[in-house]
Design a binder for this molecule. Sequence first.
Ligand SMILES: C[S@@+](CC[C@H](N)C(=O)[O-])C[C@H]1O[C@@H](n2cnc3c(N)ncnc32)[C@H](O)[C@@H]1O
Length: 207
Amino acid sequence: MDTQERSWAFDQPVSSPFARPEGLLGRLAGVIMRRTNRRDQQEVLGLLDIRPGQDVLEVGYGPGALVRLLAERTRAARILGVDPSGEMRAAAAKLNRAAVAAGRVDLRTGTAADTGLPDQSADVVVSVNNVAIWPDLNAGLRELHRVLRPGGTLLIAWHGGAGATRLARSLRLPEDKLTHLNDALATTFTQATRHRLSTLDAFTATR
Ligand SMILES: C[S@@+](CC[C@H](N)C(=O)[O-])C[C@H]1O[C@@H](n2cnc3c(N)ncnc32)[C@H](O)[C@@H]1O
């Protein structure tokens, strides 16, 4: 992945090991993320309404904590994941070893703008603490629209919300970027809705 790629939200190259987990530092960032983003994963699970037999895709799964919650706490048929980092793929596969071996969890290399998945392959697409590091917001949204089935749900969340933690407060997006994200969602999807969680600003939309 191009380390000079700029974020659409911050308009600067994305180089932190949390956004580009590579090598030893990247593995360490994965361990830290698993710990610090725990509440985020719980909040997202509470907002998602996953019905038995549905296929779920997580974009930017990092160390795989939400994948594990989805596997353990829902009756989704299949949990697919894409993330560009080989280090995160290895960490998430280790955390979800049994579900990967059983074929219920499928962790792949890919990005929001290029998932490598067939058209209409998921009922629910979820992406947490990921959207602000995409280089091209509209390219990502177009791709996630393509892989969602008609009537399917997209949930995108980023640090912020009511700012219940220092991390959430320090990484929140400015209001104009949140408005831009909501407007972009409303252009590509229907029923774009903003949710203020305790540590996340979240958006849901329907294909
Ligand atoms: C800050 S971590 C968040 C991980 C996890 N979702 C969480 O909340 O703990 C960001 C993750 O996004 C991945 N990533 C970076 N660029 C991406 C892109 N363009 N599309 C999808 N994932 C990306 C990184 O490899 C990393 O695993």
